[in-house]
Each structure stands twice: as structure tokens, then as C-alpha cells.
Design a protein around this ligand. Structure first.
Ligand SMILES: [Zn+2]
Length: 352
């Protein structure tokens, strides 16, 4: 959709002054959990018009879309049987549905992209490329996995996407196959929950590198604890560090439920977008972010319900009740942030 151009006409001495305000929207969806859902049921048809109406449409593709049968060796049989770990795969027929909803970019740095190895990822990347859907967060080397994928808003800024898995534990990261200087995999940040000088420098370098090629940088972070509706202190610290370093938007995923959002230094941090589709029923939301040029203007959450493997928009009373819930989630974010600043204050006073 072209950028909306609003004109203000001022009649002064017979002249018309024109001020153009260029606004555009980024429509963001959470985890695409397409396991066990048949493409012919068209699970995203109900919400596709909302994504198509956005200037840029994004979601977290948390599943390899492939026919590969080579399961990752990093998730042990014991853990799979105990259901501590899962390997997921989606029918390649879903690519048509993702293209049909107008997705421009997806993040791949998550704990399922490598479930069917690098072969599964390359299958999926080829299919996405054929449909002109950009991806970030997985590559044949770490350098490739970190590449910023850029989507140009028609008549507007270049929007870049980078994607990182940011779990705290080394074992949890290892099971997801991090890319290395020579080996394929996903882009990871192994900061162990502590943002020291080394971590800060790495974040600054990521942002500076990506911003060479874009005007608005979206950082997709896969983090937090599943089913937790409040972000961890580490999520708040890391999200804010990316903004402090020059990133423009943070879109979080992994908890599979919604977490709140905040505007930090004028930039939006959405801590968890929840699921966009899953075989299990749930309430969720589509995050619609509006910008004027490179400036963030506002966030709107559109309540959705997932049922029977389909996602549809909430209406009327259900949507109004859901909106009240988002305000409560946002309050929880501020409570976490406040507890962090108190902890820092304590540390300082102890030192003093
Ligand atoms: Zn995840």
C-alpha cells in the first residue's frame, strides 16, 4: 500500500502552501506455529487483509517449512519424549498463505528454525525468496545470519530487519544450533543475562552495521520465558540497550503469549507478540505501528482469537475487554523496569 500523503492547504494571499506528512505502518504478527495445520484450511485468511493493508508486514516464522526428514541431533530423544523439547515442521503448502497475506519479512532466529537442520532452513529460504519474502536471523555463517534484510517503504524510508535468539543459558542456545564463523545456523546473543561492556559493544556494533543500510532498524529478539505475561528484567535491559544503541523498534517473541509494550526514548519495544497462529486456542493481538518518516507515532493492538487452527479478529465487547488487558500488561512492564532501577540504586548505595 502506498504511503498515505496528507495535505494541509493554507490559503494565504492566494497561494497554497502544502505540507506533506508521510505516514506508513508496520503490521507485526507473532509466532507462526503452523505445525499440525493443513494449508488447505487457509488458517490466516481471516487476518490477511490487515497485513496486506500495512506498508510492511512482518511475523516470526517459528517453524521450518520443509519436506526434510533430517531431524536436528541437538534435541535429545530423552528431552523429546519427556516433551521438554519439540521438533516442529510445517507443510510447504503454507508458503502460498504467507505470501497471500503480503508478508514482507520474517525472523528466523528462534528455537525451531533448525529443527530439520540447515537443509530444512535452506528449503524454506528458497521458498520465501521465490515469494519475495525477506528473512533475517539464519545463514550459512554467523556473518550471513546477522545480515540486515531491508524492505523499502514505497515513497518512504528503508526498513531493516535483524533477528537474534537471546536465551540466557548456553545449553538452551546450543540446542537451537547457533551459527558460527564457519558453520550454518541461527544468529544468537550469548550474554547470559548480564549486559557487561563486551555485550554492550556487540549490540552497538550490530546496530551500527545494520543502520548503514536502513533508515529504521527493527530488531526481532527471541527471548524470555514461555507463558510469562511479564518480561524478565533481562528482556527490559536488553531491549532498552538496543534502543540506546540506535535501534528503532524491538519486536519480541518466544513466550507464546502477549507481553506488554513500552515507548522508551520515543521508540517502541513490544516484549512479546504472542502467537499469530497455532493449533491450540488462544487470545492474541496484531501489533500495528504507525510512523511518520522515521519517527514512531503510535501503537495499536488489534485483538485476535485463535481457534480450530484459524486466527480471526475480535469484535465488539471481546475486543474492548482485550484492550483493557493490554493496558495491564503495559503496567507490568513498567513494574519490572521500576524494580530494575531500584536494584541499581541499591547497588550504588551499597558501593557508596
Ligand atoms: Zn521460541
Amino acid at each position: 500500500m502506498p504511503v498515505l500523503r496528507a495535505f494541509i492547504f493554507l490559503g494565504l494571499m492566494g497561494t497554497i502552501a502544502e505540507a506533506a506528512i508521510d505516514t506508513w505502518t508496520l503490521v507485526a504478527g507473532g509466532d507462526l506455529m503452523l505445525n499440525g495445520i493443513a494449508p488447505k484450511t487457509n488458517p490466516l485468511k481471516g487476518i490477511a487483509p490487515i497485513f496486506r493493508a500495512g506498508d510492511i508486514a512482518y511475523a516470526n516464522l517459528e517453524i521450518p517449512i520443509t519436506n526434510s526428514k533430517t531431524v536436528t541431533s541437538r534435541k535429545s530423544k530423552k528431552d523429546l519424549i519427556a516433551r521438554n523439547q519439540f521438533v516442529l515442521r510445517a507443510d510447504p503448502g503454507h508458503i502460498a498463505g504467507l505470501a497471500g497475506m503480503g508478508l514482507d519479512a520474517v525472523s528466523l532466529a528462534n528455537n525451531h528454525a533448525m529443527d530439520f537442520g540447515w537443509g530444512g532452513v535452506t528449503d524454506m529460504q528458497k521458498s520465501l525468496t521465490r515469494k519475495d519474502i525477506r528473512f533475517a536471523g539464519a545463514g550459512s555463517t554467523l556473518a550471513e545470519a546477522e545480515i540486515c534484510s531491508v524492505v523499502q517503504v514505497k515513497g518512504g524510508p528503508r526498513v531493516g530487519f535483524v533477528s537474534f535468539l537471546a536465551f540466557m543459558g548456553d545449553k538452551a542456545l546450543w540446542t537451537c544450533s547457533p551459527a558460527t564463523a564457519k558453520a550454518p545456523g541461527i544468529a544468537t546473543l550469548a550474554f547470559h543475562g548480564t549486559l557487561d561492556k563486551v555485550a554492550k559493544k556487540r549490540v552497538e556494533e550490530i546496530v551500527a552495521g545494520a543502520k548503514k543500510n536502513c533508515d529504521v532498524l527493527v530488531v526481532a529478539l527471541h527471548w524470555g520465558i514461555e507463558r510469562q505475561t511479564a518480561p524478565s528484567g533481562y528482556q527490559v535491559q536488553l531491549g532498552r540497550l538496543f534502543i540506546d544503541s540506535g535501534a528503532d523498534v524491538i519486536l519480541g517473541a518466544h513466550p507464546h503469549v502477549l507481553q506488554g509494550s513500552e515507548v522508551y526514548k520515543g521508540k517502541p519495544i513490544c516484549y512479546s507478540l504472542g502467537n499469530l497462529i497455532s493449533p491450540l486456542p488462544a487470545a492474541t493481538a496484531i501489533h500495528k505501528l504507525t510512523f511518520s518518516g522515521t519517527k514512531f507515532m503510535g501503537l495499536q493492538r488489534l485483538g485476535c482469537s485463535i481457534s480450530g487452527g484459524k486466527t480471526v479478529l475480535m469484535k465488539g465487547k471481546a475486543a474492548a475487554t482485550a484492550a483493557k488487558g493490554y493496558a495491564l500488561l503495559d503496567k507490568r512492564v513498567q513494574a519490572v523496569a521500576k524494580s530494575l532501577s531500584k536494584a541499581v540504586g541499591k547497588k550504588l548505595s551499597r558501593r557508596a
